[in-house]
Ligand binder design. Sequence first.
Ligand SMILES: Cc1ncc(COP(=O)(O)O)c(C=O)c1O
Length: 463
Amino acid sequence: MEATPFLAGWIQNQRPRAMSSKNSTVFYRNLEETLDLRRKQRTCYTLKDSPWKYSDAVDFSSNDTLSLNNSGRLRSEFMKELASHPNLPVGSTGSRIMDGNSEYIELVEREISRFHGAESGLIFGSGFEANMAVLAAVPRPGDAIVYDELVHASIHDGMLHSQALTRTPFRHNDPDVFYEVLESVRSSQPLVAQGKRCVIIAVESVYSMDGDICPLRELVTIANDVLPAGNAQFFIDEAHSTGVIGPSGAGLVNELGLEGEIAIRVHTFGKAMGSNGAIVLGNQTLKTAVTNLARPFIYTTAPSFPAIAAIRAAYKLVANEKTNAARAHVQDLVKYFFVKIGRDSIWEDAVARGILSVPLADDWEDAPLHSHIVPIRTRDSYSYYLMFHLQLNKLCVFPVEYPTVPKGQGRVRLAFHADNTKEDVDTLISTICEWAKEMMKIEDDDTAGEKVPSAARLVYTLI
Ligand SMILES: Cc1ncc(COP(=O)(O)O)c(C=O)c1O
């Protein structure tokens, strides 16, 4: 079975090691003890190739949403881009503020900014760095940050390093709670109420573990009502909408026509754009501020020519006919999944018993847009069972557990791709439902001593 090397590597890495490292120095023993806490919860990460890379298993997990990598399209465009600049050196030879700047990187920044309808842009080596850098550098002393409770780890790390006076979460995607939080910041911080200090509001366009979309227009309206002096400004991470949502995949802000309302946008290139890196979009003041204040921008080597060439190649592909079709196909697949899973004969029973739920499927018809990310929720201890079952049936998915998602909210995260077919989705649905049926049978059978489903039993033999 193609998934076996992957699952064997994974399960073997969950085996406790601290006891067997008794003779090591305290340095390694302490590390192994810490890792054992992860291993006990079966959440110790393993570096292994996903089976879809070396077998005919189907990719329902990677971030190659538009299949720019899998199809080879990005590679061809990238090779053309490299070939058309035969004299550019590979390395950047320094930080952007010293020797690492180049006309080429500035040209690409201008092109990307224009594509997204922004005044200017600043490229970073990764989305993590960009988020960290901006959230740490931009808030001025006395400013407040208000953020959606589910924002990415990089945003949390940035906020922690910032000089903001307060950092307040609001309930995920909930405009009413957002209003209350903003109002309480305004009423408790006189300088904010007087328009002398700012509130920076941090959100994501598509939430990476939930797949739902930010009600951005509503949040902007609320922010303008509560703080009409213009001292509430938005930071939006467009990592999972870049390439996928909006006109030619330009993102949620472009989809909603809010380019003039959002001060800071971060688009990342490691997801649907198929390479890596990120750009911070905003006006010239923002760009100069980030250039001067953001430590992860200043104290690092500028991205190499091939890294920028890959980004440029992706932007050359993102708006063409083939990619438009790929984007539409992903939307179709997601809707197809929502319709078809609801029609499976065991669905209602499995949902009623709490064995399966797909929160995004509940009211999908009312949603104007869909992301390609669809989490499947099950009982807390069952996510791994479902993952084993799908992997052993040549469907690549990963479970997501605490601390990536809140405690008790583990899930299996599906990501749809342009290369997936409707037949792949049919197989996915029937395999998920087959597993749910097995779990219901196990739960119903009082006499069954063995409560572990067949796929998990097989995986446990690999330890
Ligand atoms: C929402 C979000 N923002 C930022 C990042 C970081 O981007 P990158 O992978 O380019 O570092 C990720 C990646 O996991 C993400 O999901």
